[in-house]
Design a protein around this ligand. Structure first.
Ligand code: NOJ
Length: 522
């Protein structure tokens, strides 16, 4: 474990193009983030993760990087970003950038060189077969577009050629080993990019598709993990407080590879889907059966069980608690927003749970006010994800306070609903979702037992009883159903309520949790 500051950190994820536009061009910018740091800190988030803000043709909203060391013109300049680091640090906040190590844009200079017929420094920076008509033995590939005779492997969309970190098991003559100088050069180039941003004040990286580097590396234990160990060694020596956050669907593996924390992603049965939106995986595959059953836990009376979540979460938790953290989120730029499925009360309960879990939680911009998932046409390779990427809703002003541009110039349309939630309205209402988030985050910061390290122990997980768990010495309890639930425990809280949604009481030796309620008690 490297970055000690993660212990009491709550991240705010910012989709830069949609957060706050300060120059009136209809697209959010870095200066907009700097201006809103006080807002973010006031909410209770003391760190931010910015989705890729680098030069890009934006065929995958910036996850197709054309120049890793240059801020995209539409967001501002490198100097703006350096100033953001500085201002954040003055407020005791941290900033993570998004590192995309698995692929570049097809317009990156490395790729332009790599596709040339004559051999050059970058010929093997990407993964090429050795003949224009030879496919890539099971890997997705593109042929017929290069000057050289060969096809190249893709890492994600067509615009994202895979960088060459080598193959763990070489099975074709065109495949390079991990020890090949070209594979090592790729790894060194990525370290150089990390050093560049860290030396300018960035505090670490959220790493895109961290599992995807080495090919023919089925269990990811010796190939891709070895690359990350090497990166960790560099960081330990040069930037010991840099934080590494993995997008890797297997947190135990990611932490063992040297990450500080890893997202609990949306695999079937785990995390987000069992709690927030049961048929999420169908949404992902765009086959949403209209009458699909929804047993997500926070949906009132949907018959969901916390045990479906705990079944996968506890295995991971036990396996990881001594080596690093896991990160749960309200949603992210790749998922539908939680408000798509949950109403305001359900969201309050869900967020209270997420923000009292161990590890390092993430709040996606706008989830604090319950921004809706909008039905909008795809933008920059977003497809169904685009609906979660619309402009932040600040006020009742023009474009809901996001931008002074004319509405046809906006990156994406703002929510046109008359009742679209805004920061302005929710800041005036002590019963708002915004205040519920602010309240639980304030408690998390004041009680060490609610932070990353304190033990998480489920105490009552029986159906028809409230779900009770302990964090250190504190008791947390939640009832997501429409009826009062009660339980008597051997180890009962004394009764001081530190935070609540709805109501709880202790009576005749019983803990009584009213319908749709949550509480933290001592
Ligand atoms: C995961 C990112 O979160 C997603 O937005 C992106 O499209 C892919 N990786 C490809 O980089």
């Amino acid at each position: 474990m490297a970055a000690s500051w993660l212990k009491n950190t709550v991240f705010y994820e910012i989709y830069p193009q949609s957060f706050y536009d300060t120059n009136g061009d209809g697209i959010g910018d870095i200066n907009g983030i700097t201006e809103k740091l006080d807002y973010i800190k006031g909410l209770g988030c003391n760190a931010i993760w910015i989705n890729p803000c680098f030069d890009s043709p934006f065929k995958d909203a910036g996850y197709d990087v054309r120049d890793y060391k240059k801020v995209a013109g539409r967001y501002g300049t490198n100097e703006d970003l350096y100033r953001l680091f500085e201002e954040a640090h003055k407020k005791d906040m941290k900033v993570l950038l998004d590192l995309v190590p698995g692929h570049t844009s097809e317009e990156h200079e490395w790729f332009r060189q790599s596709q040339k017929a004559e051999q050059n420094e970058y010929s093997d920076r990407f993964i090429w077969t050795d003949f224009c008509f030879k496919g890539a033995s099971g890997f997705p590939y593109v042929g017929g577009e290069s000057e050289r005779s060969g096809c190249y492997i893709l890492n994600f969309f067509k615009c994202q050629p895979a960088l060459n970190y080598g193959f763990l098991n070489v099975t074709e003559p065109w495949q390079k080993s991990m020890q090949d100088p070209a594979a090592i050069a790729t790894r060194e180039a990525m370290k150089d990019i990390m050093r560049f941003w860290l030396s300018h004040g960035c505090d670490g990286f959220r790493v895109d598709m961290a599992y995807s580097l080495v090919k023919n590396d089925d269990d990811k234990k010796s190939g891709t993990s070895a690359i990350w160990h090497d990166v960790r060694r560099m960081l330990d020596l040069e930037y010991p407080e840099a934080a590494m956050v993995a997008e890797w669907s297997n947190p135990p593996l990611a932490l063992r590879a040297g990450y500080d924390t890893a997202f609990c992603l949306n695999e079937v049965g785990s995390g987000y889907s069992t709690l927030m939106r049961d048929y999420y995986n169908h949404v992902y595959s765009e086959e949403v059966p209209k009458n699909a059953e929804d047993h997500s836990y926070f949906k009132k009376d949907a018959g969901g069980s916390i045990n479906r979540f705990l079944d996968s979460y506890m295995d991971w938790y036990e396996d990881t608690k001594d080596i690093g953290y896991m990160s749960f989120f309200t949603c992210n730029h790749d998922t539908v927003r939680p408000g798509y499925n949950l109403d305001e009360r359900e969201l309050k309960l869900a967020y209270s749970f997420i923000f009292t879990l161990p590890g390092v939680p993430f709040l996606y911009y706008g989830d604090e006010i319950g921004m809706r998932y909008l039905d909008v046409p795809t933008k920059e390779g977003g497809y169904f994800r685009t609906g979660s990427r619309t402009p932040m809703q600040w006020s009742s002003g023009k474009n809901l306070g996001f931008s002074s541009a004319s509405s046809d110039k906006l990156y994406l349309p703002v929510d046109s609903d008359n009742n679209a939630p805004t920061v302005e309205t929710q800041e005036k209402d002590k019963n708002s979702l915004f205040y519920a988030v602010k309240g639980i985050l304030a408690l998390r910061h004041s009680e060490e037992d609610l932070q990353a390290d304190a033990e998480f122990v489920p105490v009552c997980t029986e159906e028809d009883k409230p779900f009770v768990y302990k964090r250190g010495k504190l008791f947390c309890m939640v009832n997501t159903t429409g009826k009062t639930l009660e339980v008597s425990l051997n180890d009962m809280p004394k009764g001081d309520v530190l935070y609540k949604i709805g109501d709880v009481a202790i009576k005749d030796g019983k803990l009584i949790v009213e319908a749709q309620s949550f509480a933290v008690m001592r």
